[in-house]
Design a protein around this ligand. Structure first.
Ligand code: EPU
Length: 424
């Protein structure tokens, strides 16, 4: 296994500001939906075929993880076929868990399939501390014995059992972890206060196709698993966070853009864009955004779905930096999602962050300079800010943006942006 993934190669995005975007962007499959679907392939010894899989680095990391654990993954364009390749292995390599927190979600499926697993604690993260206590508590309630020794969770179980589980916070990752595990327990499990993100529903639909019985209510998910699950095929939904990024790119450039996506997954964003003064029209499988007046400042607070997604707030912050009047973003989901703040300030934005709140006073112009991505979404936000800035913005990224976007620079360039990517 290579010690350094392609994603970790440094890139410099040279963005020339001042172009107006116009055209249509097709949104790739949803990264945060496909990662748990790939992990769910561990639940069965039959082939699983996923289509509309985005070619992003996080998907490549998960494929490497599955390969290490004993699966064979054949790729034909956006179709990934995952088959068993000999005996499954219970050890998840730290090198892969370190790169991506979502790879921790192999823990439950491995316990359910093998009765044992060794998975390292995911490393620290630029988005603030992100514990895994809900995952561990839930798996213990399902009958797993889990001990943390020298940074690695050692899990065993002779017989998993159904249970009533409650999440203190509707965590997306913990809901995925517990759903996949419960799907292989032939008893009833109830998850109270689960995450309700579309990416959770994607996993539910897949597990149902694989044979699990699952019903949902606003406050819970009920699962009756099976002793054995079957293989199936599944097409992944478009990525709502990336679709939102493309719409905001159109907005910040003062342009007119059509983004192919599922409009219903973007309601909170679309309402906020209208509040800022943009014209937003929803059609069956696309959203059209047009600019006619200068954007107005607004307030927003991130929430779990259907609230405003924390993964779109950095991009909105770039837009608010140039809007008329005051804006405010309160982040309530992740401990620290403000990595873009000092970089936007270096471009001339007037933003003050205090604890979980950013106060933004709109300025007339941003100025291109050298800025750094601290995570996937801050990188995207800085590229968007560069579209509207005076002169050239050099956005240096040590591998975050390709983890979540398929050729972001190319997609934006096709609709009028001027972005060159240099490997450094
Ligand atoms: N939390 C705990 N204990 C746990 C699990 C979560 O305290 O055991 C807390 C976290 O610290 C955080 C909150 O619960 O404050 C929400 O975390 P969640 O578990 O929902 O996040 P996640 O599953 O780790 C996913 C996305 C993130 C996205 C968050 C929030 C994937 C692969 N990742 O992470 O996506 O920001 O949900 O919506 O689905 C991104 O795409 O850029 C990204 C970071």
């Amino acid at each position: 296994m290579s010690k350094k993934s392609l994603a970790e190669t440094k890139r410099c995005y040279h963005v020339q500001g001042g172009t107006t975007l116009k055209g249509r962007i097709q949104t790739e499959g949803a990264k945060n939906a496909v990662l748990p679907l790939l992990a769910a392939s561990l639940l069965t010894d039959e082939p699983l075929e996923l289509s509309n899989v985005p070619q992003v680095e996080d998907v490549h990391t998960m494929v490497s993880m599955l390969t290490e654990l004993g699966k064979k993954v054949s790729i034909s364009e956006d179709v990934y076929r995952i088959e068993e390749n000999g005996d499954l292995q219970p050890n998840a390599p730290y090198e892969l868990v370190r790169r991506m927190r979502a790879s921790f979600n192999v823990l439950g499926p491995l316990i359910a399939r093998l009765g044992q697993a060794q998975v390292p604690l995911p490393g620290g993260c630029v988005l603030g501390p992100r514990p895994v206590d809900f995952h561990v508590k839930g798996l213990q309630a399902l009958g797993a014995d889990i001990k943390l020794q020298e940074g690695v969770f050692h899990a065993t179980s002779t017989q998993l059992k159904g249970a009533e589980l409650y999440l203190d916070f509707p965590s997306v990752g913990a809901t995925h972890q517990l759903l996949t595990t419960a799907a292989l327990i032939p008893e009833k499990t109830v998850i109270y206060n689960p995450a309700q993100e579309p990416e959770v529903y994607e996993l539910i639909y897949l597990l149902k196709k694989m044979g699990a019985q699952i019903s949902t209510a606003p406050d819970r998910i009920e699962i009756i698993g099976q002793q054995k699950l079957s293989g199936t095929n599944y097409r992944v939904i478009p990525d709502r966070i990336n679709a939102g990024t493309y719409l905001i790119a159109g907005a910040i450039s003062g342009g007119e853009i059509v983004v192919e996506c599922i409009p219903g997954h973007l309601e909170a964003l679309l309402v906020k864009l209208r509040e800022m003064g943009f014209t937003v029209e929803e059609r069956d499988t696309e959203v059209r955004l047009a600019t006619s007046v200068k954007a107005k400042g607004i307030h927003l607070e991130t929430r779990t779905y259907p609230g405003f997604a924390c993964d779109i707030h950095p991009q909105m912050m770039a837009l608010m930096a140039l809007a008329e009047g005051d804006s405010l973003i309160r982040e309530t989901v992740l401990a620290d999602r403000f990595g873009q703040v000092p970089e936007l300030v270096r471009m001339g934005a007037d933003i003050k962050a205090q604890e979980n709140t950013a106060f933004i006073k709109g300025v007339d112009q941003l100025q291109g300079t050298e800025v750094y991505a601290t995570d996937i979404r801050s990188g995207a936000a800085l590229i968007l800010a560069g579209l509207a800035a005076k002169g050239e913005t050099r956005m240096v990224d040590s591998g975050h943006v390709p983890r979540g976007y398929v050729d972001l620079a190319g997609k934006l360039s096709k609709v009028g942006a001027s972005i060159e990517v240099e490997m450094i």
